[in-house]
Design a protein around this ligand. Structure first.
Ligand code: MN
Length: 486
């Protein structure tokens, strides 16, 4: 199980009796958090009281591969020069929990001993100054640790911290390369690895074809039975479906053997394959793998990371593409889809397996899952490479029911409304350089993406109900200028 270190700050000045109380209160809080938060172990660490113990705690967290984050709490005053070296060692997401062992002030009893023991308000500021001075990105959560909203905020921080940890170990397989001449899906893979840890490498499609050809009859039979149990078979062309079943089995093996969490493909490089992977890729996305079409490694990685972040929450998350609009005045809506690859995580009804002609790539008609999409509040997120930095663009969106059936549309789809209105939301996205490929999620919020951007030191622009185009463009100009100064 992944771990989170709980480190309390104090100092030697107060004497052993106070430090014993500090340790006891810290253990109480750590064990309370352990009880309330699933999926990670909150590990109590001995109180930091001088530079050496601080370095020891922070270096230990940095060197522990299982440690995804550090929570620090200043029970008392903790002179922050002793934190400098430790914080310089710390390479894990940091949460400063500005809490107290007590909820209420004991008005009748309070004396100077109580004041000296319980001075988060005081010590948290001294420590906070040093974290700010060192430029360490962190989250600050203020409140009594037993309050439900505080626990919820800690959980959300840990979801993002887990996603950052996942990112640092993510391997992405690119079958083929970026679609020829396409710009926004491309990027600096070396910089992606330096900044986010993504190990992105190219593989010839022949490596996958070899596994496709090795699929056994038994494997194929089991896979077809699985499809029949999960989906409605709305085709008589079972050979086309079997072809995709082989792709899924082959992809599964390839990803597991190589330890990959995400992949891309491209319809321009399908030598030895009869179809573009459709149903197969939809199945892989349903299992949590990241995917980016047309060699879009950034969206593929982001997809896997946001799926990891959303684990344990309700809602849907997946690769998406802005396709076409309904421009009816006042009822504008975006139709999002892809030529095949929409995650069944978005399905609001039982998906149907269908086989249709695909007018691109020159291959046989591929099998795919077709369904209508879920509704609810969500985000659309993309990452672009600005040349001197990456930029995340996050739009707050509302997924809506499709106004009318689309009986002739042979792909899965979702629909959403932009904020603050269609014209402003779409224009802002375009001014920001936002891609047609995104990751859409109804499990995540703008705050989650904001925190991910902060902890990974990534430029972020948000488009939401407060967006005004003039201010938004000023901000983009300012960000360009800031990037030049760095
Ligand atoms: Mn595309």
């Amino acid at each position: 199980m992944k771990k989170v270190y709980f480190i309390t700050g104090s100092q030697d000045l107060y004497g052993e009796e106070v430090l014993l109380q500090v340790a006891e209160d810290s253990k109480t809080i750590a064990s309370y958090l352990n009880e309330k938060i699933d999926g990670v172990e909150i590990v109590y660490k001995s109180t930091v009281r001088d530079e050496a113990s601080c370095v020891e705690a922070c270096a230990c967290a940095t060197n522990d591969d299982d440690c995804i984050a550090v929570i620090t709490w200043m029970h008392t005053f903790s002179p922050a020069k002793m934190w400098i070296k430790g914080l310089q060692f710390l390479k894990k997401p940091l949460l400063h929990l500005h809490t107290q062992a007590n909820e209420k002030l004991p008005y009748d009893e309070i004396d100077m001993d109580f004041m000296n023991l319980n001075q988060t308000a005081h010590g948290g500021r001294e420590y906070g100054f040093m974290v700010t001075r060192l430029g360490v990105k962190r989250e600050v959560i203020v409140g009594y640790y037993k309050h439900e909203d505080v626990i919820e905020r800690i959980k959300k921080f840990l979801d993002v911290a887990r996603a950052v940890d996942f990112s640092k170990n993510l391997k992405v397989a690119m079958f083929g390369s970026n679609m020829r001449e396409v710009s926004v899906t491309d990027g600096d893979r070396v910089e992606s690895q330096i900044k986010y840890g993504w190990n992105v490498n190219y593989y010839g499609i022949g490596d996958l074809v070899a596994l496709v050809n090795a699929v056994t009859d038994k494997e194929l039979e089991d896979k077809m039975a699985e499809y029949a149990s999960l989906y409605e078979m709305n085709t008589t062309d079972l050979d086309a479906v079997k072809e995709q079943a082989k792709y899924e089995i082959a992809l599964d093996k390839f990803m597991k053997d190589g330890g990959f969490g995400a992949y891309t493909d491209t319809f321009q490089d399908l030598h030895g394959m009869k179809q573009l992977p459709g149903l197969a890729t939809q199945r892989m996305m349903a299992k949590g793998y990241g995917f980016g079409a047309e060699g879009d490694y950034k969206t593929s990685a982001l997809n896997a990371i946001l799926v990891e972040m959303a684990k344990g929450r309700s809602g849907s998350t997946g690769f998406m593409e802005d396709y076409t609009y309904d421009f009816t005045k006042g009822e504008e809506v975006v139709l999002g889809s892809h030529m095949l690859e929409v995650s069944p995580d978005f399905a609001s009804n039982k998906p149907k397996i269908e086989v249709h002609h695909l007018g691109i790539g020159g291959k046989e008609p591929p099998a795919r899952l077709v369904f209508d999409g879920v509704e609810g509040d969500g985000v659309a997120v993309c990452m672009i490479d600005m040349g001197n930095r990456f930029r995340l663009i996050c739009a707050s969106i509302e997924l809506v029911k499709q106004p009318k059936p689309m009986p002739k549309l042979p792909v899965a789809r979702i629909m959403w409304k932009l904020k603050p209105d269609h014209a402003t939301g779409a224009a802002a996205w375009i001014y920001a350089g936002g891609a047609h490929h995104t990751v859409v999620s109804t499990a995540l919020t703008v705050d989650d993406i904001r925190l991910f951007a902060k902890l990974t030191d990534t430029e972020l622009v948000v488009i939401d109900e407060n967006t005004k185009l003039d201010e938004f463009q000023d901000k983009l100009d300012m960000l360009d200028l800031l990037a030049k100064l760095k």
